[in-house]
Design a protein around this ligand. Structure first.
Ligand code: FES
Ligand SMILES: [Fe+2]
Length: 384
């Protein structure tokens, strides 16, 4: 993705790398806003994303629809309405809208009244795939949505080749840019020192046996790897090095893909299948972040799937839950976005964080300048 740092005289900044507006996310991308089971046929569901109040429902064919959650008549919430004939009808006086947001009925006017053309609501393209409901939030007329299949991870498209474990959607009380910062590759040896144990080489299952470096004696080396900067804990007085993260070698994809997808390829222990953790973090509003995430492994036979399921339930699931709750607590502790950004003291070890901050700022500025950055076709490949 080629982008140059751009200058725009008319752009105001909240803080360095945060043009005003970016705090509410990058528009004109597909986002995994809901999980399939959240959206029950016949029941509209209100939600928020990128600072917008939206409603989803399933049409006659079961496919999801997403429009503004605000009736164009007198502003009642459409999410309190009824699904009738596949459309969404406002509960208050009965205006009815289809999945594109077009008004299909004004109950006190003729069925084909042209007045319907004046009262549409904004609708966004929506698709369901791999247990997720994706919505394209932005302006499809200016930036037509790319086919969803081109911009989502490979495993969601190939259920016969992969097994995917979705986590429940989580909400963090912080700005999404602060949540993204939490993906730096060197905090794990400190923050996750207990929750992310790494097995000894001869580990074959059961409780994880690990080399001990006492917290008090623990120091860190920040190493530059093909997968970015990562931390390795060690005891300067000798003793075992303690590796964390176990990034896979031979990773084909990019760790970061727009608008906000972080891909972490992991080989957590010998003798277990490698996997990739995927994490989207996008704004609900300026102070709340939605985390939509899953873990995927390559598995095509029943025996492989059983093995992966066992591995996930025994090790990966509990570990991910602990690690993410530690990340959440830290991100929520940081405080006001602009204030804290302006007070930071960054080190060379923060290089990757700065790279991601620039990437997000550049994507926002590119759209401000009339173009929308996208990734190459390989960006969503499974690691190995
Ligand atoms: S407010 Fe929706 S029909 Fe009147
Ligand atoms: Fe973390």
């Amino acid at each position: 993705m080629a982008m140059t740092h751009q200058q725009h005289d008319d752009v105001q900044y909240l803080a360095r790398h945060i043009p005003k507006g970016l705090e509410l996310g990058l528009r004109n991308y597909w986002y995994p806003v809901l999980q399939s089971e959240d959206l029950v046929a016949g029941q509209p569901l209100g939600f928020r994303a990128l600072g917008e109040t939206l409603v989803a429902w399933r049409g006659r064919d079961g496919a999801p629809n997403v429009v503004f959650d605000r009736c164009s008549h007198r502003a009642a919430k459409l999410s309190l309405g009824r699904v009738l004939a596949g459309d969404l009808q406002c509960a208050l006086h009965g205006l009815r809208f289809n999945g594109r947001g077009e008004c299909t009925l004004i109950p006190w006017e003729d069925e084909d009244s042209p007045l319907r053309n004046n009262v549409g609501v904004t609708g966004y393209p929506a698709r369901e795939i791999g247990g997720w409901i994706y919505a394209y939030i932005g302006d499809p007329q200016v930036y037509p949505p790319p086919p969803l299949e081109d911009v989502i991870p490979e495993e969601l498209l190939k259920p016969d080749e992969f097994i995917v474990f979705r986590h429940p959607i989580d909400v963090w009380k912080c700005n999404w840019l602060q949540a993204l910062d939490g993906s730096d590759g060197f905090h794990a040896v400190m923050l996750h020192s207990e929750s992310q144990p790494v097995a000894k080489k001869d580990w074959h299952g059961g409780a994880v046996e690990r080399p001990a470096v006492k917290q008090e004696d623990r120091r860190m080396k920040v190493l530059d790897t093909p997968q970015g900067l990562r931390g390795v804990a060690y005891d300067p007085a000798g003793g075992d090095q303690l590796h964390h993260g176990h990034f896979l070698h031979g990773w084909k994809g990019e760790r970061w893909t727009l608008p906000c997808l972080f891909s972490l390829p992991l080989a957590p222990a010998p003798n277990v299948p490698p996997y990739v953790a995927r994490l989207y973090q996008f704004p609900i509003d300026a102070t709340h972040t939605q985390c939509s995430r899953w873990v995927a492994m390559r598995a095509s036979t029943d025996a492989e799937r059983d093995r992966c399921r066992h591995f996930y339930e025994e090790i990966i699931g509990p570990r991910q839950r602990k690690v993410m709750s530690e990340d959440k607590v830290m991100s929520e502790s940081i405080g006001d976005l602009a204030e804290t950004r302006n007070a930071e003291h960054l080190f060379a070890a923060d290089r990757d964080v700065v790279t991601v901050r620039r990437m997000m700022a550049d994507a926002w500025l590119a759209q401000h300048g009339g173009s929308r950055p996208t990734h190459g076709p390989d960006a969503m490949a499974f690691p190995v």
